[in-house]
Structure formats: C-alpha cells, structure tokens
Design a protein around this ligand. Structure first.
Ligand SMILES: [Zn+2]
Length: 381
C-alpha cells in the first residue's frame, strides 16, 4: 500500500500509510458506535460521532507525538531524520544514520515510550478530572480511552526485542557493556525474534483457548515483529560488513554487457559460463539492468508475457539500477537506494556493480575478519 505526504514537522516530511488511515477510520467507528455508548449511555448520536472522530484522529496524533520525539532527540544527537511515516501498527522515524554512542541510542529509543507515557498521564488526568466534576462525560471518556491507547503504545514499544524501542534500549545497554556494537545489535534482533514468536503464541492462546478473535490480530503483530527482527538482523550484518568502505571498495567489476532487447532465449541457449551475471544495456549503451543468472528462471516465471514476439531481457521484472559515485560511503549509498542494484561510477562512467552478491560477500568477509581476530589458531598462522 502507498504512503501519502501530509506535511512536515520541523522540516521533516511526515507521511501516512494508507492502511493507517483505514485503521483510524475503524477506530473512529468502533469508539463512536460501541465504546462510548457503553460507557456514556444516553448521549446524542452526534456526540458519539464526534467522540469517535476525536479518538481516531487522536490515535494518529499519539503515534505522531511518539515518532516526533524520536526524531527530535535523534537530530539533537546529530543523526539526520529523513522522514516520519505513520504506519499500520504504529510509526517509524526514518533515521539516516546510526546513533553515535550507546547513550545517544538509549535516549533516542527511550524518548518515544516516555512521550507516550506523558501523553497517557496528561489525557488520563484530564479525563479523570472532567469525570470527577461531571462535566463533558463524552470528552472525559474519549480522553481516558486515548490515555489507555498511549499506555498500550508505550508498553508494546518497550518489549525488549529489536526493532521495537525496547530492543534498541537493550542494544544500547549491551553495546555499552561490551563495547561491541555489532554483537549487541545481533543479540537484540535475536531477542526480537523470540519476542515476535512469543506474541504469536499469545495470539494463538487468545484465539484457541479463550475463543477471542482479537487473537488473530495479536498473532499478526507478532509475526510482523518476527519478520522485522529478521530484516533488521540482516541489515545489521550488512552494515557491519560494509563498515566505512567506499562503493569502489565493495563493488565487483562490470560484467559482460548484452543488449536488453535481445531475446532471453539467446541467453539460455548459450549461457555465459564463467560469469554469474550480465549487464543489460539499452540502445544508447546505458546500463538498464543487472541480470543475476541464477535468478533468470524465477524471473521468467513472473515476467509479463509480451504481446507477440519472444521474451526479451528488458521484459524481465528487473529493478532499474541507480548510479552512485565510487567514492561515496557504501553504507550510506545503499541505505538511500535500498534494494536496487547500483552501478558504481567514476567521473560519471560505469566501473562496477554492487548488488545482493556483493552485500553477501561483504558479510562473509566481515565474518572472516572477526574469526581471524577471535581465533588464536587462525591468527598465529
Ligand atoms: Zn518508538
């Protein structure tokens, strides 16, 4: 699903996921049609509708407050923030860099849940005050409900597995204790997977033992966390593997080029033994795709069939490569162009390629380096 730009916060673009709007609408509906009528019976339909709408918008506002807090503190520590996205299950402040120290990491991570707790306490206090003097009971109930949601937001985010804030706090603590950031990150993502699976288990118990269909939602969130922890573990390994190397240091040389309008059948009839990939180029001679040969069979299966004529290389579902100067730091360039193959250039001319295999190699080589550091048997050799 798509994200929609909704404005900027102190110069940081704020985007909202279409799914988050659906969820906010659903929240407005549930609060307006069943939560408020249950706790404040006898109010007007218009009152319930307004209360529901405030609750729906309030959920988005609460997530924004949480993410904005991360963003502000990140900036204060010199970590640039690319954007804030309000997402299906919460939000993400996209930081362009890692925290410079365990202390900074802990502060950036901790301030989100802290903000949610402060919002919960403020709205809760306001709701209780209104309730005790018997004024505006619908507003009081809506505030109390939003206080509860912010409390849940804080507690959920404090679960100790990456990529949740609690996982970042865990990483900061392990990092400070051992001085080894990469290992701390790996440990935090492992715990994140365990947390994700535990949440799936809770959802299953909720569904199967208590017969509550909300368990499906819980299980879904757990599964999502499990996947996110896995992704983060991989990203962490790649970051550690690339270190502060430049693009030209991690690239492979340019592979043999083939015209991208040539039939895939030609490639299959005479596979270029000794090569693991080819560079597809367009009529102008510019790179149009990096074709990993071990992926071609899979690509053919998912290719859109041409309206006649043979399947050409340019018909394969391949991401267009981006060009990046060879002197740029690899980790920074790859973070910007996540997932796309990179043509590395020198003075604007292509000199090499960085794609999945190069990242896998960087991870493997880093592993090797560590082994050499750790193992006296290897070191002595
Ligand atoms: Zn957070």
């Amino acid at each position: 699903m798509r994200t929609i730009a909704v404005g900027t916060f102190r110069g940081i673009p704020v985007r909202i996921h279409a799914g988050a709007l659906v969820i906010a609408g659903l929240v407005a509906w549930i609060v307006g049609s069943s939560v408020l009528p249950q706790f404040v019976p006898g109010a007007s339909t218009a009152g319930y509708l307004v209360g529901g709408a405030v609750a729906g918008a309030g959920v988005l506002g609460s997530i924004l407050a949480h993410e904005a807090a991360h963003a502000i503190v990140a900036r204060r520590h010199g970590v640039p923030v690319k954007s804030i996205t309000l997402w299906l299950l919460g939000g993400v402040a996209h930081l362009e860099d890692e925290a410079p120290s365990p202390r900074a990491e802990a502060q950036i991570a901790g301030v989100g849940p802290l903000t949610s707790i402060v919002v919960a306490a403020t709205l809760g206090g306001l709701g209780l005050m209104l309730g005790s003097i018997g004024v505006a009971p619908l507003a009081a109930a809506t505030f109390l409900w939003l206080a509860l949601i912010n409390g849940v937001l804080a507690v959920f985010n404090l679960l100790p597995g990456a990529p949740l804030d609690g996982g970042r706090l865990l990483r900061a603590w392990l990092w400070k204790r051992s001085g080894d950031k990469d290992r701390a990150a790996a440990r935090a993502t492992s715990v994140g997977r365990v947390v994700g699976l535990s949440v799936v288990g809770l959802g299953a118990i909720e569904l199967l033992v208590l017969g509550n269909f909300g368990g499906l939602w819980t299980a879904f969130i757990g599964w999502f966390l499990y996947g996110a922890a896995g992704q983060e573990a991989r990203a962490g390994k790649i970051a550690a593997g690339l270190g502060d190397r430049r693009m030209r240091e991690v690239m492979s040389p340019l592979p043999t080029s083939v015209p991208d309008w040539s039939p895939v059948a030609d490639l299959l009839a005479a596979p270029p033994y000794g090569a693991s990939r080819v560079l597809a180029v367009d009529f102008g001679g510019d790179p149009s795709a990096v074709v990993e040969l071990d992926q071609v069979a899979r690509l053919i299966r998912t290719a859109r069939r041409p309206d006649g004529g043979a399947l050409r290389i340019k018909d394969l579902p391949l991401a267009s490569p981006v060009e990046v100067d060879g002197d740029r730091p690899a980790i920074e360039a790859l973070r910007t162009h996540a997932g796309k193959p990179v043509i590395v250039t020198a003075d604007g001319r292509p000199i090499g390629v960085v794609a999945e295999p190069e990242l896998a190699r960087a991870v493997a080589l880093h592993h090797l380096e560590r082994q050499a550091d750790d193992d006296p048997f290897v070191r002595a050799a």
